[in-house]
Design a protein around this ligand. Structure first.
Ligand SMILES: Cc1cc2nc3c(=O)[nH]c(=O)nc-3n(C[C@H](O)[C@H](O)[C@H](O)COP(=O)(O)O)c2cc1C
Length: 306
């Protein structure tokens, strides 16, 4: 019996444990000891139209319970991605979701159209409207319901594949953006991207990250992510993919109870690239021991005080 079978839109995943964008590369360059076929899906790092070198170093630094990063969407660009990386997916028996970023609506659409023009096994796209580390695009979109709705409405016209939209927590009310992208035809909401933060090196009297502000991830942001997912679950009926600080199966159960249908593992992959696989085994064990035949029985089953 597969207790972890997970459906989103028309696609069935072996389990609801995915990897988070930017923390698992393109899924093609991992150590051999990681059996990627065990994962529910791999979400690639963000792809833009042109290649990007990203921001200067230092661009990643550890914090007491997570990390700050300002990678700035470094990636190979869509042409190299299609030519050199997509063919490698034939040898990977895992569902692939391509994360797309851009600085204008036109750029997102161009990247999506390029991907749609080649025959691939990619099951869907995650639209990153939430990167805090670029000067144009990304977060400007993700904080504006009208702009978000417009972009997703446009992208929806060009694909029948899954369309996830990744939201930023750096907003006053995330539910307004969530509703706007649901109305535009998104199949699921991925939440959250990193939380804007900053570190200071008192010896150097400099920020710990070259660009001063960066994105905080890891266990430090889990309470923020849980609150956002719970709030979103009250206003949308499409699935939510919970992201933020997950390091073990208990954290996954928290996200399910808060209303997530699936989760993504991010920063935890840097400590152990097998983190997702360990979590799948732990979650299965928990479900078996507690006589729960489908993980989905836990979704949204939070027992509130009032
Ligand atoms: C080093 C690093 C790079 C990231 N790059 C991307 C990216 O390219 N696109 C994106 O949508 N999110 C990116 N993220 C955000 C993660 O996918 C995830 O939303 C965030 O880290 C919160 O999850 P976590 O606490 O489990 O890491 C990145 C995160 C980190 C730590």
């Amino acid at each position: 019996m597969n207790r972890l079978k997970c459906s989103i839109g028309s696609i069935e995943f072996n389990n609801p444990i995915f990897t988070a964008s930017g923390t698992f590369g393109y899924g093609n360059d991992l150590p051999e000891f990681v059996d990627m076929s065990r994962l529910g899906a791999i979400v690639t790092k963000s792809i833009t139209y042109e290649p990007r070198v990203g921001n200067p170093p230092p661009r990643v630094v550890e914090t007491p319970s997570g990390m700050l990063n300002s990678i700035g969407l470094a990636n190979v660009g869509i042409r190299i991605f299609i030519k050199d990386i997509i063919p490698l997916y034939e040898n990977i028996d895992t569902k692939i979701i391509v994360n797309i970023a851009g600085s204008t609506n036109g750029e997102y659409i161009k990247v999506l159209k390029e991907l749609e023009s080649v025959s691939t096994d990619i099951v869907g796209y995650e639209i990153n409207i939430s990167c805090p580390n670029v000067e144009f695009g990304g977060m400007e979109l993700g904080v504006d319901a009208k702009l978000s709705n417009k972009l997703i409405t446009e992208l929806r016209k060009h694909t029948e594949k899954l369309l996830f939209v990744k939201l930023t927590p750096n907003v006053t009310d995330i539910t307004i953006i969530a509703k706007a992208v649901e109305d535009a035809g998104a199949d699921a909401i991925s939440a959250i991207n990193t939380v804007v933060g900053m570190g200071i090196d008192i010896g150097k009297r400099k920020p710990t990250i070259y660009k001063t502000y960066a994105g905080l991830s890891g266990p430090a942001i889990k309470p923020i992510a849980l609150a956002m997912i719970h709030k979103i679950s009250k206003v949308v009926s499409i699935p939510i993919i919970g992201i933020g600080g997950i390091v073990n199966y208990k954290n996954v159960i928290e996200f399910l109870l808060a209303g997530a249908t699936a989760v993504q593992i991010g920063t935890a992959n840097f400590r152990n690239p097998n983190a997702g696989i360990v979590i799948i085994d732990e979650l299965n064990k928990y479900l078996k021991e507690n006589g729960i035949s489908r993980y989905s029985e836990l979704i949204g089953k939070l027992d509130l005080y009032e």
